[in-house]
Design a protein around this ligand. Structure first.
Ligand SMILES: [Zn+2]
Length: 115
């Protein structure tokens, strides 16, 4: 769980979206998935992606889309986690073009969360 938290935290920081509020939402997502991961140790490969998806949902309600696609110049749109189950080997995919942008935890700077 610590690695899931650290992985998603890296993406929050890389996109400039890390703040007291977003980190607290991340903590909530990690806490909610912790029980689940303890019941099913083989699900560890999915936890990072699931935490990222939970965080996306929480941010969408309070802050706005995260993370915003860095590839396309047109309308602002978000990335989503693929595979949808959260893993294994979760990657961020552009919801418009369907292209893989980065592995989870591998987003690079210059992205800002669009509200
Ligand atoms: Zn895009």
């Amino acid at each position: 769980m610590l690695s899931a938290r650290a992985t998603v935290m890296r993406d929050l920081e890389a996109t400039g979206a890390a703040s007291a509020e977003t980190v607290s939402l991340l903590e909530d997502a990690v806490a909610e998935r912790r029980w689940w991961a303890e019941q099913w140790p083989a699900g560890e490969a999915y936890v990072g992606g699931l935490v990222a998806q939970d965080l996306q949902d929480a941010l969408l309600q309070r802050v706005g889309r995260w993370p915003v696609c860095p590839r396309c110049d047109d309308a602002v749109h978000a990335l989503y986690i693929h595979p949808e189950l959260g893993g294994p080997d979760p990657v961020w995919v552009c919801e418009e073009s369907g292209t893989v942008v980065a592995p989870l935890g591998g987003l690079t700077g210059g992205l800002t969360g669009g509200a």
